[in-house]
Design a protein around this ligand. Structure first.
Ligand SMILES: Nc1ncnc2c1ncn2[C@@H]1O[C@H](COP(=O)(O)OP(=O)(O)O)[C@@H](O)[C@H]1O
Ligand SMILES: [Mg+2]
Length: 273
């Protein structure tokens, strides 16, 4: 049993409040979809859960099975069973992908993996993700295409089998076949009981991973929660209805935010007009 509980979480980046009182719970055997317009704090929430030093928690609490995460280093959080599939995975020249994977797997074990055990697991997972073995032996993410980076994040997920996985726009940059592979890999882990927090702008990913709860983040707060009908509504019409139904302005003023506040999927409809 793994249970992540976040209460009234306030987070600053560069002295600016980005998360403004987030309440959220997530257990294993659950999949939570997190949607929201660009620049409203979704990646900040995931980075904060993993303990990225750029995110400064100024208020609130965050526990995993009752243990305070806020005092734990990122590697301790990973050992406790959390995993982050990043929106923009970093390139790490000089660190071979397979060495990185083996080291990551070993940190969660008392006895290091025997070489043949590791290669058996690697062989199986690379086949599932249709990742050429050659990619496993190149420096981590260096020169990988966008889609290869995302598939490599899922390769890590398959090998590490965390209790709770946070996936940040894992579908961006994937072609249809790769999207379906990623969807199947997630579904396999869902059946094993892994809990997921999945950020995506696209209903087609959520068709594959079937969340049981949906939350929408606007201006650093979860403002709407519910079921899959919310995804359909956002896919059809974007986020404007939130303003109308909940009296919330989504025109957050930040220097880096896109001028349009629409969900990416809604642009499908809008561009047809
Ligand atoms: N280093 C930084 N300095 C200042 N603002 C930042 C920095 N990093 C992120 N932000 C701001 O934090 C806000 C939330 O970003 P993010 O969590 O990436 O949003 P989302 O994932 O919802 O698109 C954005 O307005 C972004 O510009
Ligand atoms: Mg993001």
């Amino acid at each position: 049993m793994a249970k992540l509980i976040i209460k009234d979480l306030w987070v600053q980046v560069e002295g600016q409040d980005i998360l403004k009182g987030v309440d959220l719970t997530l257990s294993d055997h659950e999949t939570l979809a997190l949607l929201g317009p660009n620049g409203h704090g979704k990646s900040t929430l995931l980075g904060t859960i993993m303990g990225h030093p750029k995110y400064i928690v100024t208020e609130g609490s965050m526990t995993l099975d009752g243990t305070n995460l806020l005092t734990m280093a990122p590697d301790e959080r990973a050992r406790a069973g959390l995993f982050l599939g990043m929106q923009n995975p970093s390139e790490v020249p000089g660190v071979v992908n397979s060495d990185f994977l083996k080291a990551a797997m070993n940190t969660r074990r008392v006895q290091p993996l025997a070489m043949f055990e590791f290669y058996r697991a690697l062989d199986k997972a690379t086949k599932v993700m249709k990742i050429p073995l050659e990619l496993a032996h190149r420096p981590l993410n260096e020169g990988f295409s966008g889609g290869e980076k995302k598939r490599n994040e899922i390769l890590q997920l398959l090998l590490l089998e965390p209790s709770i996985a946070l996936l940040d726009e894992i579908d961006s940059g994937l072609d249809i076949d790769a999207l379906s592979m990623v969807g199947h890999a997630i579904a396999t882990l869902q059946q094993k009981g892994v809990g997921f927090l999945v950020i995506s702008h696209y209903a087609r990913l959520y068709d594959l991973v079937t969340p049981n709860r949906v939350a929408v983040m606007i201006d650093g707060k979860i403002v709407v929660t519910g079921g899959q009908e919310i995804i359909q509504k956002i896919d059809r019409t974007g986020y404007d209805w939130i303003r109308a139904e909940y009296g919330i302005s989504i025109e957050k003023v930040t220097p880096t935010m896109n001028t349009t506040s629409l969900g990416v999927c809604a642009t499908k409809e809008k561009t047809r007009l």
